[in-house]
Design a protein around this ligand. Structure first.
Ligand SMILES: Nc1ncnc2c1ncn2[C@@H]1O[C@H](COP(=O)(O)OP(=O)(O)O)[C@@H](O)[C@H]1O
Ligand SMILES: [Mg+2]
Ligand SMILES: [Zn+2]
Length: 250
């Protein structure tokens, strides 16, 4: 993965360095840059999140948001020694969960780790089509990728109709990763009762007087997956800062 035109190594990816009178081969910087780029391509971060990083994340005047950003930067510094190994970002739509999760993934990739972005809904669709011989997707490819990725970013966990199959599939992926201590970075906007999430929400002022009962994480992914998830992930509750897209339009 070295640069063909590199003057330091002549495109071999290795350069000879002299140290205390001895010469030895050392990996050339150009191969790191190329590896970084290859890792980033393989992470398949969707283009609408492609530019999301820590530098362009605003704390919006919220100390809580600032503290979360600091915690995530430290998580990246400690990685892979962080304990628990994973992260679960919980919060309402538009509060910046995916932005932060992508910022973490990018930073880990910059540090040389391999990671992959997967949208939960899309992952389940891919796994299901893998069972269909006409789909062209090789059987179990998506499933294995989700299991084996060094770092998995699973975005919008629970955003899918619940069936026994969905529950079994997500449970087996999360359980496997948990047993192997493979880091999972997940985001969800589903409330979790034990984490103090509100399950009943009043609609905005002026809307017809009714209450919306939200589904919970347990309902959408099942008890077992939820409990493994909480075991392997540091839970990060996003503050109620509102939808950034709405706020930035004002
Ligand atoms: N604090 C923030 N600073 C800068 N951009 C933000 C911030 N929060 C959200 N955004 C942007 O707003 C959009 C929605 O954020 P996103 O991370 O997708 O929200 P969520 O995943 O919580 O629904 C994205 O384009 C994201 O980059
Ligand atoms: Mg999101
Ligand atoms: Zn080189």
């Amino acid at each position: 993965m070295a640069e063909q035109s590199c003057e330091r190594c002549g495109g071999t990816g290795w350069k000879i360095v002299e140290k205390e009178g001895l010469s030895g081969a050392q990996r050339c910087e150009c191969s790191y840059a190329a590896r970084g780029e290859a890792l980033l391509n393989r992470a398949r971060i969707p283009s609408n999140y492609g530019g999301d990083n820590f530098d362009n994340f605003s704390n919006r005047g919220s100390n809580e948001l600032k503290a979360i950003q600091g915690l995530l930067v430290r998580y990246c510094q400690d990685f892979p020694a962080a304990d628990p190994p994973g992260l679960l970002l919980i919060g309402e739509p538009g509060c910046g969960k995916t932005h932060l999760a992508v910022a973490v993934l990018r930073r880990l990739i910059e540090h040389g780790f391999e990671g992959v972005f997967m949208d939960y809904q899309n992952l389940l669709d891919r796994i299901r089509s893998g069972y269909d011989p006409l789909s062209g997707e090789s059987p179990r490819a998506a499933y294995e990728e989700a299991m084996e990725a060094e770092v998995l970013l699973l975005d919008d966990l629970g955003a899918h109709r619940v069936t026994d199959w969905v529950e079994d599939t997500v449970t087996s992926i999360i359980t496997y990763r948990c047993n192997e201590r493979k880091p999972l970075i997940a985001t969800t906007n589903l409330p979790d009762a034990e984490m103090g999430g509100t399950l009943i929400e009043r609609l905005p002022e002026g809307a017809p007087a009714r209450y919306d009962i939200k589904s919970t994480l347990i309902e959408k992914i099942g008890m077992r997956a939820r409990s493994r998830l909480f075991e392997m992930c540091r839970i990060v509750r996003m503050p109620k800062v509102g939808d950034y897209r709405v706020a930035s339009r004002k």
